[in-house]
Unconditional design. Structure first.
Length: 262
């Protein structure tokens, strides 16, 4: 199976496109040692959000590493942040500019197309099908795209990233009420810093599927990994930190589901 999926009963689907760690043998054979470390993975995110099952939310998470193909990039590989540096559909380097491929082994367009069919399309077909199922059941649905990132990545931003980074494509991917219902919970606490439509405005999943006029309301949360884990290898899960942020995550995802119910 190319992903892990569990159907829920409430109008909330949580997507985790960057938690995958598997790399097919034929792809790995062309890669450098830097790829083996998979440092840019959204480590432990499924564990952090493991309360979703008891909530009744649907969950979809990736099997394959983002180094194979990035499920949160458009299939035509357009830059989601024009004028800013970003990694592409089939990344050729890490967030720290380390090459992912041996000399002469960078995937060509034919290989990119092959990976689109094998690894990218199944995830998006399942995502679309589950959104349609939940729409038919409830009349509206919230799509929560869950991500995490190291708190310091100079390639993309200066200094430390805010702890919680919400993206709604500058208010286009969800109705204002849902965004406010979620973000107000984050702003009510003082432990974590918050940004809305800052450096991260939402990737392809948020922007493409978020259609409030069609009752699909998408929001992305990019969390600093320092809120719940060690940011250095071997990237250990820190239950002491995770337990502090999990309650807020539960509250915010519940707020999204409750808003679309109303």
């Amino acid at each position: 199976m190319d992903y892990q999926f569990k159907a829920g009963s409430i109008p909330l689907l949580v997507s985790m496109p960057h938690v995958g760690t598997d790399i097919p043998d034929d792809v790995a054979a062309a890669m450098t040692p830097a790829a083996v470390d998979k440092q840019d993975t959204d480590w432990h995110l499924a564990r952090l959000y493991d309360f979703l099952g008891e909530m009744g939310a649907s969950t979809l998470s990736a099997r394959w590493s983002r180094y194979v193909i990035d499920l949160n990039r458009p299939p035509e590989n357009t830059n989601l942040y024009p004028g800013q540096d970003t990694t592409g559909l089939c990344p050729v380097d890490t967030f720290h500019r380390e090459p992912l491929y041996l000399e002469g082994r960078v995937p060509d367009q034919a290989e990119v197309e092959r990976r689109l069919g094998l690894y990218w399309k199944p995830y998006h077909e399942r995502l679309r099908a589950e959104l349609d199922r939940l729409l038919a059941l409830h009349g509206a649905v919230a799509l929560w795209d869950a991500h995490s990132i190291a708190s310091h990545v100079p390639r993309f931003f200066e200094g430390k990233l805010p702890d919680l980074n919400f993206g709604t494509a500058d208010g286009v991917s969800c109705a204002p009420g849902l965004g406010e219902a979620v973000v107000s919970r984050a702003l009510a606490q003082r432990r974590y810093s918050v940004a809305v439509n800052g450096r991260f405005k939402g990737g392809h999943i948020t922007r493409f599927y978020g259609k409030p006029e069609a009752n699909v309301h998408a929001i992305q949360l990019e969390m600093c990994q320092s809120t719940y884990m060690d940011e250095e290898a071997p990237y250990g899960y820190r239950a002491d930190r995770a337990d502090q942020v999990r309650g807020l995550l539960r509250e915010m995802t519940r707020a999204a589901a409750d808003w679309v119910r109303r």
